[in-house]
Design a protein around this ligand. Structure first.
Ligand code: SF4
Length: 291
């Protein structure tokens, strides 16, 4: 198998991995260091076929695959269809193919292409991170809340299964409430199967860690992060599977909004008893080594 030095697998999507791209076409988010050393490139089709054959030796009955890379959905619809066809030929029991996508990768596909890709059971993990325009611009996500709404509506019309992500702590305290409220309001207009939540961890080399070192950005405390998450969840009202990234010091996950009351109660308890948890949470935050 051929893999880049650093491999990022979505742990919420249990599946067999194969590399389709390396790096990220955007690679400019102020908090992200994932692909700083890895320029975007597409795995040559011959290598991809070689890996498929090798994978079939060990996992001939694969039902779910995860295509690796920062955003394999950046590939043209034709390239995606070609690779998906090879996967379905090699694995007769394959049912789903999941991959990361930027909002901007959806823009490059026509509605007809989206329907064709949906018919191949391609599922998308999308890092919106925020629905607040100030925050999106601050961290240089490369799209706006209007883009999220427009492109997600196109995914919904094509019948896609996709996930949405809220990254707590992206905005400084004076914009924290807007980040939570506007993201929940935008997500309430989408139809994601999963909503992932995580909290900002500042890794060496990221733009935001430089801002922190220069005194230009003050990260939220764990208490502020929990209050922000609580505000986000209190407004979120769509049916989804709520998942928590390992960057969350307090793991809140489960069916939503079925478990919403219990989730808010868990956050309220942790907020009220913050002093008992503070050391543990700070330890957790400072020991996250990578995304
Ligand atoms: S957060 Fe996602 S889109 Fe932004 S640079 Fe990192 S991998 Fe690319």
């Amino acid at each position: 198998m051929h893999f880049a030095k650093h491999v990022f697998h979505n742990p919420m999507y249990p599946a067999v991995d194969i590399e389709v791209t390396r790096g990220c076409t955007h690679n400019k988010c102020a908090f992200c260091t994932m692909y700083q050393e890895e320029p975007f490139r597409v795995t040559p089709i011959e290598i991809f076929q070689e890996d498929l054959k090798e994978l079939a030796l060990y996992y001939p009955k694969v039902t779910k695959m995860q295509w690796l890379g920062g955003n394999p959905f950046a590939l043209s619809a034709d390239k995606l269809k070609e690779r998906a066809a090879l996967c379905y030929q090699q694995f007769p029991e394959l049912q789903h193919i999941g991959m990361f996508s930027c909002i901007t990768d959806i823009m490059t596909k026509t509605d007809a292409e989206l329907r064709e890709l949906r018919a191949l059971n391609i599922e998308l993990f999308i890092g919106q991170e925020s629905g607040d325009d100030w925050t999106l611009n601050f961290v240089n996500k490369g799209f706006t809340s209007a883009d999220i709404l427009e492109q997600s509506a196109r995914l919904d019309a094509a019948g896609f299964t996709y996930g949405a992500t809220f990254l707590g702590g992206l905005a400084p305290i004076e914009h924290s409430e807007d980040h939570a409220i506007h993201t929940a309001e935008v997500f309430n207009k989408l139809h994601p199967a999963w909503v992932g939540t995580g909290s900002l961890a500042l890794f060496p080399g990221s733009q935001m860690s430089k801002w922190r070192d220069e005194g230009k950005f003050v990260p939220l405390t764990e208490l502020e992060l929990m209050k922000e998450l609580r505000l986000f969840l209190s407004i979120l009202n769509i049916p989804c599977a709520l998942t928590a990234h390992h960057s969350s010091a307090l793991s809140i996950m489960g069916p939503f909004p079925k478990n919403k009351v219990q989730m808010l109660a868990k956050l309220d308890y942790a907020i009220e008893h913050y002093d008992e948890y503070a050391d543990e949470m700070n330890w957790h935050r400072t020991h996250i080594t990578h995304m």
